[in-house]
Design a protein around this ligand. Structure first.
Ligand code: ZN
Length: 315
């Protein structure tokens, strides 16, 4: 019999675009830690209001129905989320949560890596002034800012995205995660041209069973370039096109994955989309708050962002 999570996600695996040039590289955990968690955020939206004229809200409204009505009959949840769209039109933006998420992480005493895009497209529609404000705020809070890349088939385009983000940051950019996890050789060419150090886009969804998850570690992609695979994504846990878990199921999943990581001495990489940390997705917000409080209550877990993780990879 197949383990319950093994085939539950209909989302495809994101593989290496070419064979890595190393085996899995060891991560030196800080003294006293048995395993670790690396926190990251893909910024697909800075607000719902940026979508009032681009047609995205129609797809989003349809997805609310799909998430709440087809497999899980929760009409109250759908009505609440649609009401959130209406309120956004009236001025209160439920996806404007950057400050709230920063506060939650500051309370927990953790840092995370925020991947932000500089190009619109594929559902992303925030503009340069909003990007600058977000980057300034994140950097003032001491957070790492990486690129949420868009140019998946164009090395020069990707390198240009990196340069633009570095100019916005006023500092070099070290890391990347591609939007929609669209990774190809051109991305690696662009990363090398722009001097990036790491990518975290590869995601093996072939075996999501938390008791048997391989939790693949970092590998060298090319000279000077690391790939640090992604393990846990909010949408993979909660979406009906992913594992379709509820809050209790997602808590249990991560707890078991933590046991697995402790057994293997691994660092679990997590991605929470900031807009999911909102009243539009109350279960995901609650899940992340609980995750932070459970992890920080333990003494055997090392919590880090990608900056901290890269420093401890021996390569
Ligand atoms: Zn994205």
């Amino acid at each position: 019999m197949k383990p319950p999570h093994a085939a539950a996600s209909s989302r495809p695996t994101v593989d290496y675009p070419e064979p890595p040039t190393s085996e899995e590289l060891p991560i030196e955990l800080p003294a006293g830690s048995r395993w670790g968690v690396c926190l990251s955020h893909d910024i697909d939206h800075l607000g719902l209001r940026e979508h009032l004229v681009d047609g995205f809200l129609l797809r989003y409204g349809f997805n609310i129905a799909r998430q709440n009505l087809l497999r899980r009959w929760r009409p109250g949840r759908a009505v609440g989320a649609w009401w959130g769209i209406a309120r956004a039109a009236l001025g209160h933006d439920p996806w404007d949560v950057l400050e709230e998420l920063l506060e939650a992480e500051a309370r927990a005493g953790v840092k995370s890596t925020w991947f932000i895009a500089v190009r619109s497209g594929l559902g992303i529609n925030y503009r340069p002034p909003a990007i600058q404000r977000a980057v300034d705020r994140l950097r003032a809070a001491g957070q790492e800012v990486g690129l949420h890349g868009q140019c998946s088939g164009d090395a020069a385009g990707l390198a240009e995205e990196v340069r633009e983000l570095a100019a916005i940051c006023g500092a070099p950019v070290r890391g990347l995660r591609m939007h929609y996890l669209r990774l190809g050789r051109e991305v690696l060419d662009g990363m090398q041209a722009a001097g990036l150090e790491y990518d975290s886009t590869v995601m093996d969804r072939g075996n999501l069973d938390p008791d048997q998850h391989p939790l693949p570690g970092p590998r060298r992609l090319r000279e000077g370039l690391l790939e640090i695979p992604l393990h846990v994504m909010d949408s993979t846990l909660f979406s009906v096109t992913g594992l379709g878990l509820d809050l209790a199921g997602a808590r249990d999943y991560v707890r078991r994955l933590g046991d697995r990581a402790a057994e293997l001495g691994r660092v679990v990489t997590v991605n929470l989309h900031p807009n999911s940390y909102s009243s539009q997705d109350p279960e995901i917000k609650q899940w992340y708050d609980i995750l932070l409080s459970e992890l920080t209550a333990r003494s055997d877990v090392w919590l880090t962002d990608f900056r901290g993780l890269v420093e401890r990879i021996r390569w």
